[in-house]
Design a binder for this molecule. Sequence first.
Ligand SMILES: NC(=O)c1ccc[n+]([C@@H]2O[C@H](COP(=O)([O-])OP(=O)(O)OC[C@H]3O[C@@H](n4cnc5c(N)ncnc54)[C@H](OP(=O)(O)O)[C@@H]3O)[C@@H](O)[C@H]2O)c1
Length: 247
Amino acid sequence: MSAALQGKAALVTGASSGIGEATARALAAEGAAVVLAARRLDRLRAVQEELRAAGSTAHAVELDVTDERAVRDAVRSTVETLGGLDIVVNNAGLMLLGPVEGADTTDWTRMIDTNVLGLMYVTHAALPHLLRSQGTIVQISSVAGRVAARGAAAYNATKFAVNGFSEALRQEVTERGVRVVVVEPGTVETELRRHITHAPSKAAIEQRVAKIRQLQASDVAAAVCHAVTAPAHVTVNEIFIRPTDQA
Ligand SMILES: NC(=O)c1ccc[n+]([C@@H]2O[C@H](COP(=O)([O-])OP(=O)(O)OC[C@H]3O[C@@H](n4cnc5c(N)ncnc54)[C@H](OP(=O)(O)O)[C@@H]3O)[C@@H](O)[C@H]2O)c1
């Protein structure tokens, strides 16, 4: 086990699958103690057990990031369990693609509640601890936070919001030693697309990605590790990472 993050305490949201799970594994492999948070406790527990078997400190916590009180409780219990908080990876998210015309607006509500408000609640609850530890907060945004595309308006709106919120936050806290990192992946092979409710959009994206070599969740996790293991005086503010085959 490498020791770049030995003694560091990390909280990863959306750690039950995909990028969050891979990031929790990567941080643990670098020596961090990790709290894995998401709604599917069974999946978190399976990862927790694997990490513990490999000698890491890992704790699974059931959390719906749209519930502000639950977020505050999860952050508090993370700090109590791990003795502090040095790294937060705000990763929990949904991508419910579809055109604006005729959209099921409950898709919009779910995405805004999770991708935007959930991330803001976690940031708000974690910030006093990160200021104390001079820690790092990693916001998992998306290419969709920089480039808008038809059929993705509401998802674009949430990820543009993440980028705006995070840049303003950066200006507020960087001189007090807190690093704000925004990671913007292109297509990653995860469960994310499975949840799309608009059938034509789901079929179209499945068709598009079948033709390319997608990023793997571990590729994004490696990018997160690169940022959090940089020397304290270096902030990797933004990582824009796409599959080579994605035009
Ligand atoms: N895959 C891509 O192509 C891609 C590209 C760019 C950015 N991203 C971003 O990467 C992040 C992770 O997505 P992924 O691709 O790894 O997809 P994923 O495998 O579907 O993971 C999403 C994670 O978010 C969690 N989650 C969803 N709603 C939640 C809630 N209300 N409270 C707590 N956790 C919640 C899910 O866990 P539970 O269901 O167990 O709660 C799951 O662990 C998202 O923010 C996504 O927008 C993905």
